[in-house]
Design a protein around this ligand. Structure first.
Ligand code: SF4
Length: 296
């Protein structure tokens, strides 16, 4: 694939030839896959009864110091597979009863994934495709997924760029991510659901509240609600789980119930109605996928 010979797929703009070396994300020209399974713990409109057919790709263009999936995202755990094999995995997940195909951090493999979906979507593959992203994305790369993605499941992690730099080495994150989310909304528009209440089209934006940064989370929610109203869903997440000890003390603890409730109250007072909130107990490490179990 020519585009991988001078890789500018994401805002890092490394310009490397991925057939010969790797850039900031660590990915070569071939897909490396960490894990796939039926995921029961995504938002209920995605997981439904059977689960979301989640495919975790190895490597990542974000560098979050608190990443829960560090083993595959930063350490690059996983197995090299062909594009053809990726297609077979999508069909297998569909046969297992998955309500959708959920591509987790696909950014650095978009050309590979798009070529697979061009062959399968609307033919052998007839369940919605979910693009699950940090939103640290280039518009041109997202445009390659136009009409191939039904649902965008996007993070909006930071309002304050100093947090984005310190925690994820991602300068200009807010500007980049909000422009990317605009493009996602342009592609999929208002939410739609099937007769069982499962989402078939639309945009869900996740706000992961970081301990000690409630004001940042509130600014993000305010931005999203003022920009899109109830034409998108906001998923307000309390599941931050410290997995490594880091230099920022606030990141070495979980979010308290009071902190979470404060942000929920703020969203309700703003008038947000299309939101997902999490119950207590979602912060357990047992919800972090076990990447030791390689089922490829
Ligand atoms: S996808 Fe990877 S190699 Fe390409 S620009 Fe982004 S970080 Fe660099």
């Amino acid at each position: 694939m020519e585009i991988l010979k001078n890789c500018m797929l994401c805002p890092r703009k490394c310009g490397v030839n991925r057939y010969e070396k790797v850039g900031a994300c660590g990915a070569t020209n071939k897909i490396r896959l960490g894990y796939y399974h039926l995921h029961e713990w995504e938002e209920p409109v995605l997981s439904g009864k059977n689960g979301s057919g989640t495919i975790f790709f190895s490597h990542c263009n974000m560098k979050c110091i608190y990443c829960q999936n560090k083993k595959i995202s930063l350490d690059g755990y996983g197995k090299l597979i062909s594009n053809k094999k990726l297609g077979e995995i999508m069909i297998k997940l569909q046969e297992m009863g998955a309500h959708n195909i959920n591509l987790v951090t696909p950014t650095h493999y978009v050309p590979n994934i798009a070529s697979v979906l061009h062959k399968l979507k609307g033919k052998a593959l007839n369940i919605p495709v979910v693009y699950n992203t940090s939103s640290y994305e280039n518009i041109g790369t997202l445009m390659m997924m136009n009409k191939l993605v039904d649902i965008y499941l996007a993070d909006l992690r930071y309002y304050d760029d100093s947090l984005a730099i310190n925690y994820s080495s991602a300068p200009d994150y807010f500007e980049v991510a909000t422009m990317a989310i605009d493009e996602m909304y342009r592609q999929v528009g208002s939410p739609e659901f099937d007769k069982d209440g499962l989402m078939t089209k639309g945009l869900i934006v996740r706000v992961l509240i970081l301990p000690g940064h409630l004001e940042d989370a509130k600014k993000i929610i305010k931005y999203l609600y003022k920009t899109y109203g109830d034409d998108i869903f906001i998923s307000i997440m309390n599941q931050y789980t410290p997995v490594n000890t880091c230099i920022y003390q606030n990141l070495n603890r979980k979010l308290t119930e009071d902190e979470y409730n404060e942000v929920i109250k703020y969203a309700l007072e703003l008038g947000v109605t299309n939101a997902f909130i999490q119950e207590e107990g979602t912060q357990e490490e047992s919800f972090i996928p076990d990447f030791n179990t390689n089922v490829i």
